[in-house]
Design a protein around this ligand. Structure first.
Ligand code: AVI
Length: 320
């Protein structure tokens, strides 16, 4: 285990991230090739995702920000005074301050697996909220996390914005929500953002924008594989594809081979026929009732929800 910034990554003697290599090699060996979406977020990918959130077609960030901005006083009425806000992920420079301003908490605890992101967002928050104690925790929040003892006696409010829960299949989403409940404790509350099922063309445009930013975000995975795993993937032979699966209620991103290709990754050879794809991301969309069901399945009781003015996005409040 070596340290990259504060981030703990397992690397072999040649510096390769062993988890990345294992996921790519097993994913490319499947009939329907698939690589977990978390590998989209190297430095370039994280920057491209930031760019996506500013695109005209990508409505979720604006819709959720509208809810946090307009309905803050209503959240505040449901939340006990002096709570500790525990954010799953190191926080967005826009959304986190909106929540903190609305509810005036006693402490802020960002949880993230990446120490670099944690440090950056904690420093940013400290300047915006000089009196607020910030206790960053470097941890994988997909599991139960031990919170700092400084917040042990405070009521907890979990915060998981962005519809990031939608990037997980139902089973993983419920496992995460259950672990969040274990992390926060009985009586805690959770504010969670969920993107809603809507017109197919609106959904697809959000994941296949005219300027091609999402295409660059998706295709950057090939660049990363070639660079970090010594791959020979012909990047120009793959195109970005976004599709809506009505059965699974999700947008899927794929990288589609436009011709027959053969390439190697980490010394292993793979072949794809024209039209075959590598599945790179799921983004599930919800209805109010299916979202409630998911929360209930994980032991959370839905208490309230708020929608943006165009009913595109929902922020739910639930209690453990
Ligand atoms: C981070 N996540 C919620 C985004 C989404 O909308 O599923 C990731 C994304 N992928 C393509 N565009 C945005």
């Amino acid at each position: 285990t070596t340290e990259k910034g504060l981030e703990l990554v397992n690397r072999d003697e040649s510096g390769v991230d062993t988890a990345f290599r294992a996921d790519v090699l097993s994913g490319l060996a499947q009939d329907q090739k698939a690589i977990p979406a978390r590998w989209l977020y190297d430095e370039a990918g994280s920057q491209l995702f930031e760019d996506i959130t500013r695109l005209g077609e990508y409505y979720p960030t604006r819709a959720e920000t509208e809810i946090l901005k307009e309905r803050g006083a209503e959240f505040a009425r449901h939340v006990p005074p002096g709570c500790a806000v525990v954010e799953f992920g190191s926080g967005s420079s826009v959304k986190t301050p909106l929540l903190l301003e609305a509810i005036d908490p006693a402490a802020y605890v960002p949880l993230d697996i990446s120490g670099d992101f944690l440090r950056a967002s904690a420093a940013d928050l400290a300047t915006k909220f000089p009196g607020l104690p910030v206790y960053p925790v470097e941890a994988d929040f997909m599991r139960e996390v031990a919170l700092p003892e400084q917040v042990a006696d405070l009521p907890k409010l979990g915060f998981f914005p962005g519809s990031t829960i939608g990037n997980m299949v139902a089973r993983t989403a419920v496992d995460l929500l259950r672990n969040m409940r274990a992390t926060l404790g009985v009586g805690a509350q959770l504010v969670i953002g969920l993107d809603l099922i809507k017109d197919r063309d609106v959904l697809l445009a959000a994941y296949d924008d005219a300027a091609g930013v999402t295409a660059r975000f998706n295709r950057n995975l090939l660049t990363r594989i070639n660079r970090e795993l010594g791959g020979t993937i012909p990047e120009e032979a793959f195109e970005h594809q976004a599709l809506w699966s009505d059965v699974r209620a999700r947008v899927e991103m794929h990288l589609r081979a436009v011709r027959d290709v053969t390439f190697t990754v980490a010394g292993e050879t793979f072949a794809m026929k024209a039209g075959e794809t590598i599945h790179t991301e799921n983004s599930h969309k919800f209805e109010e009732r299916t979202a409630w069901m998911m929360l209930l399945a994980a032991g959370w009781l839905p208490r309230a929800d708020w929608f943006d003015s165009q009913q595109r996005f929902c922020v739910m409040l639930a209690e453990a």
